[in-house]
Write a protein that binds this ligand. Structure first.
Ligand code: PGA
Length: 258
């Protein structure tokens, strides 16, 4: 059996100011100090993705004990130039962050991001030694129309076109489960993760070697059951990650499962 790295990733979205983000990291570090397990071993990683303006302050704090990785929530797909309001992969790398979320459904929906643009973002992230957390998932409408596999195939084949790099991480986030309190069932998650691994195989990856996370209303009450599913390699967590105790409990469930 291949041992894939498991991830516990917090996506703050547009929440928390700099002080709150910094205190969050300090609080996690205090929890690690008290816990009887080390942070971020070979099998598990914690990544916190605050808004851009807190990347530097959280990065400095996180580097204190080499425990917590910091990630950005987005990047632009070009290196530099006249793109007011955008931020490049090299700028994120310069801060010291190691991860970036790419293609979150909120970016696809509210900012009209296409699979082609997401492909460029993944490439430029990799070029700048950032590990992309690539979000995919079907909308409720696509699910109702039986277009789940079709949607995922399109997102993966176009999103990963001309990419053969095993540092990518996928996050399956059904749009209808994000922020709704409606988690996908175990059956749906297992079936879909298997579909995703098959699509990865079809485009030349070994799907068994890529970590696939689940995201969509994960919380401390459902995390234990979900991480027990063999194909789930951790979580991308929005709402529940805003409460540090809640996020820590979810991390512990993952830690216990590795
Ligand atoms: P949620 O968000 O945990 O609040 O559903 C997940 C995400 O958007 O990544």
């Amino acid at each position: 059996m291949i041992n894939r790295i498991k991830y516990c990733i917090a996506n703050f979205k547009m929440n928390k100011n700099r002080t709150e983000s910094k205190e969050y990291i300090e609080s996690i570090q205090a929890k690690f100090r008290k816990a009887d397990f080390a942070s971020n071993g070979d099998n598990i990683r914690m990544v916190v993705c605050p808004p851009f303006h807190s990347l530097d302050t959280t990065q400095i704090k996180a580097s204190d004990n080499h425990g917590i990785y910091i990630g950005a929530q987005n990047i632009y797909y070009l290196e530099n130039g006249s793109y007011t309001g955008e931020i490049s992969a090299s700028m994120i790398h310069e801060i010291g962050s190691k991860y970036v979320i790419v293609g979150h459904s909120e970016r696809r929906t509210h900012f009209n991001e296409t699979n082609e643009q997401i492909n460029k973002k993944i490439k430029i992230a990799l070029d700048n030694r950032l590990r992309p957390i690539v979000c995919i998932g079907e909308s409720l409408e696509q699910r109702k129309k039986g277009l789940i596999e079709h949607t995922l195939k399109e997102q993966i084949t176009i999103g990963l076109n001309c990419i053969q790099d095993y540092s990518i991480i996928l996050a399956y986030e059904p749009v209808w489960a994000i922020g709704t309190g409606e988690t996908a069932t175990a059956d749906i998650i297992v079936e879909t993760h298997q579909i995703i691994r098959k699509i990865l195989n079809d485009i030349g990856f070994d799907g068994q070697k890529i970590s696939i996370l689940y995201g969509g209303s994960v919380n401390r009450n459902n995390a234990k059951e979900l991480i027990a599913l063999g194909d789930v390699d951790g979580f991308l967590i929005g709402g529940a990650s805003l409460d540090v105790d809640h996020f820590w409990d979810i991390y512990k469930f993952i830690e216990e499962s590795v």
